[in-house]
Design a protein around this ligand. Structure first.
Ligand code: MG
Length: 357
């Protein structure tokens, strides 16, 4: 069970307040491990710290106390997926409401909030996506990256170099994702498509007794939540809006976790011995844990999916400048990949640039 801690010590170690702990215990969640029969003081065990930290994370994700209590009665990954979808859906619904409010107020998006005279219709913002793709083996003997652009799904994958047949894994992943998403173009369909891609790669690896795996990053226009990004591993999605370049995905790597935890600086990460170690990959196990989120898109935005060969060879400012300067998405992808290869990229390099029009 572990050592006993006072409620104050336990609270400071798990990130929940003593008041929260008391209210959770009243709801049957995280009940103290011991209560002093004389004083009535509550004690928690160090063995309960892990559950407490998970509860704190779920609360930050907006999950209700009763739902969390119910969840711990029967922990189920499908429930985590349902909460994930609720967050995406509620974000999409808030965006639609905001767009309707913008139209109702007849404020021009580009006029800095001045009255435009356009009465608007309340219809959601519509846009087209125009892709351009470039890839190069860089300093490797073969190219294990894969990329596939459909009319509503754009994906890149980076076959894991240290494993056998990374190029098979990356190609299987983008093809399976695309086919499965075509059958169900909802946000939950995209998540299911990713699971299917994982199963296909995992089965292939098991059949061939080979440790293949791949990253996967995809941008999809779903039928229910507009644009969604899904990713596993360290392939990324960026968005260039006006002159600002934003990275919209968080790498699933050891160094990214160290940076997030404040234990490593961005600069030191470039030379860290574990800089290439992934914490998640498609096909590395029977299940996959993908991140996905809604993406705000508006005409004029330029989005870019890319593998690590690109962003490891070019500094963020170079990425931004080259992405900004190109006339169209194909020219942007070509210029970026050429620059990374000229810069001596020792890895495969792939860029898929998507213009929002
Ligand atoms: Mg790579």
């Amino acid at each position: 069970m572990g050592d006993l801690l006072s409620i104050g010590d336990f609270a400071s170690r798990c990130g929940l307040s003593a008041k929260m702990l008391r209210s959770y215990a009243a709801a049957g969640l995280l009940v103290p491990a011991a209560i002093d029969a004389w004083s009535g003081y509550r004690y928690y065990s160090t063995g309960q710290l892990h559950q407490a930290r998970v509860i704190a994370l779920l609360r930050r994700a907006g999950v209700g106390v009763d739902d969390i209590a119910h969840f711990f009665g029967n922990p189920d990954v499908a429930q985590l997926d349902r909460w994930d979808l609720e967050i995406v859906n509620s974000s999409a619904s808030r965006r639609r409401a905001l767009a309707a409010a913008r139209s109702a107020l007849a404020l021009d998006r580009t006029a800095g909030g001045r009255q435009s005279g356009n009465t608007g219709t309340g219809a959601p913002v519509k846009y087209d996506l125009v892709p351009g793709t470039a890839t190069h083996q860089g300093g490797r003997d073969i190219n294990q990256d894969a990329a596939l652009a459909g009319d509503r799904l754009f994906a890149v994958a980076d076959g894991i170099g240290a494993m056998d047949k990374g190029e098979v894994a990356s190609q299987l992943a983008v093809e399976t994702l695309t086919t499965a998403f075509a059958a169900d173009r909802t946000a939950s369909g995209l998540l299911k498509a990713c699971r299917e891609a994982n199963q296909v790669v995992w089965r292939q690896a098991t059949n061939e007794n080979s440790a293949m795996g791949t990253t996967l990053a995809a941008l999809a226009i779903t039928s229910d939540t507009d644009a969604v990004v899904l990713h596993v591993g360290d392939s990324r999605l960026y968005r260039l809006r006006n002159t600002r370049l934003a990275k919209l995905t968080q790498d699933h790597t050891v160094v990214a976790e160290l940076i997030r935890d404040g234990e490593l600086g961005e600069q030191d990460a470039r030379t860290h011995p574990h800089r290439n170690v992934l914490t998640r990959a498609v096909g590395a196990g029977p299940q996959v844990d993908a991140d996905y989120a809604g993406v705000s898109c508006e005409p004029g935005d330029r989005l870019m999916l890319c593998t690590d060969g690109l962003f490891n060879a070019l500094a963020p400012d170079e990425l931004k400048d080259l992405l900004s300067a190109a006339a169209d998405p194909q020219a942007a992808a070509d210029t970026l990949v050429t620059a990374a290869v000229q810069r001596g990229a020792d890895d495969n390099v792939t860029a898929m640039v998507v213009d929002v029009q």
